[in-house]
Structure formats: C-alpha cells, structure tokens
Design a binder for this molecule. Sequence first.
Ligand SMILES: [Zn+2]
Length: 186
Amino acid sequence: MISTNRKPRAFAPDPAAPGQGCDSPGCLLEGGFRAPKSRTNLREFHWFCLDHVREYNASWDYYKGMSAGEIEAAARADASWQRPSWPLGQNGSAAKLQEAVEAELHAFAFGSERPRAATRANTPPELREALEVFELVWPVSLDTVKATYKALAKKHHPDANQGSKQAEERLKTINLAYATLRAKLA
Ligand SMILES: [Zn+2]
C-alpha cells in the first residue's frame, strides 16, 4: 500500500537546485541537495550531492541540542591537534563561537580537509606545498587530484573572477601544484 501522507523527503533532489556542482571541494557530482549555510542564516545554502549533503547533515546533527559550552568543548577536543590557535580561547564571544562552530561543521562536512596526524607524517616532503594548495591530505589518488584540480581551476579562472590578477596568480599556483602532484602520481 502506498502512503499518501509522506513526510517531506529529506534527501529528494531540490527542484530549485541551481544546476551547479556539489560544493564539496573536489566533488564533481551535481549539487542537487541543499543545506543551510548556518543556523543563523537559513536562507543561504550549500548545494551538495547526496553523499555530501548526508555528511553535512550528519555533522550538523552532531551539535544538535548541545549547549554552547558543550559545543565548544566538543569542537575543541576534536580540533585541538589540528588548530593549535583555536580562536575560542581568546574571548569566547558568541560571534566567535558561531564562527568556530561553522568552521568545525565545515571540517566535518568535508572530511578530506581534516588532516590525520598519522598520514600527515608520511606525506612526501616535495608534495606538501602542492597538497596544501589543493587542500588535500596525503595519501591522495590521481582521480582525487584531477577532480580537485578541475574544481579549483574553474573557481579561480580569471573569467570567473572578472579578470582578477589575483585569480590569475592563484590559478598559476594551482597549475603548478597540479603538475607536481600529477608527476608523482601518474
Ligand atoms: Zn559531493
């Protein structure tokens, strides 16, 4: 029997999707699923593919129902090895907390951006800079590098940035990093 009283399907593609790629760096799938950018700004959205919106929502739920203090503690515990200068300690203002939580949510949503100490130590020294440019963590596959390059090149292409000189320079750096990574992985 088919229920006619369905709950809204959380993971149905949104008909209002702008038809652009998934917002998760390096992901080339279509961003058909939206997620609010923050708790305080529910009208602006990230657009993700199904897997990435699930990841994003999972991280979102992670903090649901926690007090500000609990969130801070959780975020600190999770991030302390990663960001020694975690900003919350400075004055813990609401805005800073929000910012920090957003950063942490972002880190949860984009798992590849969370360096793991164990793998970081094994990073070939000659690739460190290039991986940083790509915001990737060793080990990486050639496919990931290619996909990330495609996304970065698109984002920083001068044509997409009103011919900005800065974007042009950035793109050169990206091209160089790509060449370095590709040479190693190919
Ligand atoms: Zn995606």
